[in-house]
Design a protein around this ligand. Structure first.
Ligand code: ADP
Ligand code: MG
Length: 441
């Protein structure tokens, strides 16, 4: 059925849809949404096109509902939305292949990967391999703890080779997919098809090969796959959670093959690299992040970058939900950082910092004096103690001249008000908080 809808400017409709999607689904919104175009709007179906198959897949998987609801709200009609890949002749074949493999994540590219001392070799070798598959490092073996970017680099290699050499056949699978595929191939009696899928390729990428541990038959199959590819000078890229020699229960002949090429380790990122990663992730979402917030996240999430990203998402979602800009204060509340810092920051750390910062004496802060010049810094102490320690209201009041808990409550809400309404005060408090955490955390 055709809609009696007069469409004047489809690009304007798309613009309004994007605006809507960005506000209802900020977590999944990306800056590259700007490059989406309307392909057609006909018979109640809005086709939205993009040039990259991984974008279309991402939109379909994560954003379909948000786009559809926005389209219906904006047009006032029961519109359906479809994402299509534009400018490709081989679209159909592509999506067929993509079903069986790991789906490429549009965020996981070389551009969005932050390089630091912790991952320089792994990154450089992945770039080299995507430029010259099968020639330089074969196999390329990446290892490191969970959340350090191994899978990200594998996706980046796929993106890059698709761009540079689309004729090359790349198969990218998790090791689990390999093992399960192997088992069901045996069950269904189509082993040759399975073997063809893995052996008739230019680049074979298998993520998390530690999954082969204690799966002897799959190891055997993988061993032969490896040999065929290696002898044909086809590129093999593998990742694992430990170096080859520590992949216990893996056959020695397999382990020694893993070491034939280049073995690169990924280490946990330094503080500076973590800050750069947070900023990169924020940028990808079109998000403006104060430096203090990037520092806060980098300080508290040290070992796993996925957690760091999760923190960013929580902060972002909280800001959107409350309609407030992202500030250090909001970020802390969103993350419940007081929980994390309570062990290290003490009452006297706070009192000392406030005393220096407001140029008042510690003894005055802890006295009963009521003069305005002392009252405000004392209230700041209470507020900070509430946010940065786990002390009760009574304890905080007791420490600051024997005040009762209602005085502390009043102080906290007063400082919070000031914090919200006065930008220079806010900056002052943020700096002070940062200082306390850095020096006592
Ligand atoms: P692994 O496979 O090693 O467990 P992933 O590749 O899944 O880790 O990475 C976890 C998350 O951290 C991903 O969202 C990834 O984008 C991100 N990440 C890891 N390292 C980096 C980096 N150097 N730069 C940007 N993002 C990174
Ligand atoms: Mg991984």
């Amino acid at each position: 059925m055709r809609l009696p809808l007069v469409v004047q400017d489809t690009s304007e409709i798309l613009e309004r849809i994007l605006e809507d999607v960005r506000s209802v689904d900020p977590v999944n919104a990306r800056t590259w949404f700007d490059e989406l175009r309307v392909v057609s709007f006909d018979g109640g179906l809005l086709q939205v096109g993009c040039s990259d198959p991984s974008w279309a897949q991402y939109l379909h998987d994560r954003c379909l509902a948000a786009f559809t609801q926005a389209a219906q709200r904006i047009t006032g009609h029961l519109v359906g939305v479809q994402f299509v890949v534009t400018g490709r002749q081989d679209g159909a074949a592509e999506s067929d292949v993509m079903q069986r493999q790991v789906r490429l994540h549009p965020d996981y590219t070389f551009e969005s990967f932050v390089v630091g001392p912790c991952n320089r070799l792994a990154h450089a070798s992945c770039i080299a391999v995507s430029q010259n598959p099968g020639v330089i490092y074969n196999p390329l073996f990446l290892y490191g703890d969970v959340g350090l970017g191994k899978t990200h680099l594998l996706h980046a290699v796929c993106h890059e080779t698709q761009k540079r050499a689309p004729h090359l056949r790349t198969e990218f699978h998790s090791c689990e997919q390999f093992v399960n595929g192997f088992i069901s191939a045996i069950e269904q009696g189509n082993l040759p098809e399975f073997q063809n899928q893995y052996r008739n390729v230019d680049i074979l990428i298998i993520d998390d090969v530690q999954f082969l541990r204690e799966r002897e038959q799959s190891q055997e199959e993988f061993f032969h796959t490896f040999n065929v590819l290696y002898n044909n000078r086809k590129q093999i890229i593998l990742t694992a959670d430990s170096p080859p020699q520590e992949l216990a229960a893996l056959e020695d002949r397999l382990i020694s093959r893993f070491k034939w090429g280049l073995v690169a380790r990924l280490d946990p990122p330094s503080y500076e690299t973590r800050i750069a990663i947070v900023k990169k992730k924020a940028h990808l979402r079109g998000l403006v992040l104060p430096d203090t917030v990037a520092e806060l996240i980098a300080e508290h999430f040290k070992s796993n970058i996925r957690e760091l990203e999760g923190a960013l998402t929580v902060i972002y979602a909280t800001a959107r939900a409350s309609g407030q800009p992202i500030t250090l204060e909001l970020a802390k509340q969103a993350l419940g950082v007081q929980e994390l810092t309570c062990r290290s920051v003490s009452m006297s750390d706070i009192v000392r910092a406030v005393s220096e910062h407001f140029d008042v004496r510690i003894t005055d802060l802890q006295s009963k004096k009521r003069s305005q010049s002392i009252a405000l810094p004392r209230q700041v102490c209470m507020y900070l103690a509430r946010n940065l320690t786990r002390h009760s209201l009574e304890e905080i009041g007791g420490h600051l001249g024997g005040r009762d808990h209602s005085t502390v409550v009043h102080a906290c809400s007063k400082i919070e008000q000031l914090y919200k309404s006065d930008a220079s005060f806010r900056e002052r408090i943020d700096k002070l908080t940062g200082w306390i955490m850095k020096n006592n955390g």
